[in-house]
Design a protein around this ligand. Structure first.
Ligand SMILES: Cc1ncc(C[n+]2csc(CCOP(=O)(O)OP(=O)(O)O)c2C)c(N)n1
Ligand code: SF4
Ligand SMILES: [Mg+2]
Length: 306
């Protein structure tokens, strides 16, 4: 695993941008673009990432950037990848589609599903800030149960969709779940994805101080707690083999996950959440975690022939 001191020092995410202080997207974007050595064309629908990128003619990210209509991110990326191949330039740069949780789990899912079925040749990163943040925090298919948004002002009642599992069902060659506050985990996964042909899907948690209602200085603490509780798991699935990575792999060994209440109580969006709802989230996380452990051990057994 790459150490933080070993990450490339070249930056395409320039100092100063329009995102809120403490936004997790910038941290994740830096790790992703470092892994691609700045040789990418970014395809992006309306979102906080668009805001971070800046308004024409200025930009805070020094790569070619294609703004596309909300539902068409994966279709546009597929077209760009085909165009690069047709002109013999596919080796020059990676096509990186990067969209929010709303743009992925709700509005863009049909184009993404079609691209996955065709195994189109690009990397898709869903950065997950768990709501439609750019338009003022409306609930998405990835907003967690209990979170207050402007459209769930007594707290969302449903658990979020499991988009990585939906993507896995398409049989794509590589998918991963990661968190922006573990930049080396992001970096290693994008480096691996880069070496694989076809559709590669990476789900990246990006804490949002504004929508989740916590102090911007706590972005890394909140992101780490999401992993410590098992609400966010770091893993990858390569040709069907499931593997927990980094901190999630060590939590699987130690069995010392923190209670989800520690995470929930640090954020204003969960204010007033009933104890039985917190218990329901804990039970949901426990069940999902047990599934991860079973798959991790099964894949490890297969690779050792045990
Ligand atoms: C077709 C269409 N519907 C709605 C909008 C308005 N809109 C712009 S950004 C946004 C929120 C996007 O949410 P998400 O994809 O989660 O990204 P985030 O803003 O959270 O980074 C919405 C609804 C739009 N630009 N186009
Ligand atoms: S609203 Fe959240 S995701 Fe959007 S720029 Fe601000 S901190 Fe980042
Ligand atoms: Mg969002």
């Amino acid at each position: 695993m790459t150490r933080i001191t070993e990450l490339p020092t070249d930056e395409v995410v320039l100092p100063g941008n329009r995102a809120c202080a403490g936004c997790g997207i910038g941290i994740g974007l830096r790790a992703v673009t470092k892994a691609l050595e700045g040789r990418l064309v970014l395809v992006n629908p309306a979102s906080c990432l668009t805001v971070l990128g800046g308004m024409f003619p200025t930009s805070s990210v020094a790569v070619p950037w294609v703004n596309v209509a909300f539902p068409s991110t994966a279709a546009a990326a597929a077209g760009l990848a085909a165009g690069l191949r047709a002109t013999g330039r596919a080796d020059e740069m990676t096509v990186l589609a990067m969209a929010g949780d709303g743009g992925t789990s709700d509005i863009g899912i049909q184009a993404l599903s079609g691209a996955a079925e065709r195994n189109d040749d690009f990397i898709y990163v869903c950065y997950d800030n768990e709501a439609y943040m750019n338009t003022g925090t409306q609930r998405s298919g990835l907003t967690p149960r209990g979170a207050r948004t402007t459209t769930t002002w007594t707290g969302k009642r449903e658990n979020p969709k499991d988009v990585p599992r939906i993507m896995e069902a398409h049989g794509i060659p590589y998918l991963a779940s990661t968190s922006a506050v573990f930049p080396t985990d992001v970096y290693d996964k994008v480096v691996k994805a880069r070496s694989i042909e076809g559709l590669r899907y990476i789900h990246m948690s990006t804490p949002c101080p504004s929508g989740w209602q916590f102090d911007p200085k706590d972005t890394v603490t909140i992101g780490q707690l999401a992993v410590e509780t098992g609400l966010v798991a770091l893993y990858e699935v390569e040709d069907g083999a499931f593997r927990l990575t980094g901190r999630s792999a060590s939590l699987a060994r130690s069995g010392k996950r923190k209670p989800v209440a520690d995470y929930i109580r640090m954020q204003g969006r969960f204010k007033g959440m009933a104890e039985e709802d917190i218990a329901a989230v804990q039970a949901w996380v426990d069940q999902r975690w047990a599934g991860y452990i079973a798959r991790h051990e099964a894949s490890a057994g297969e690779s050792t022939g045990a």
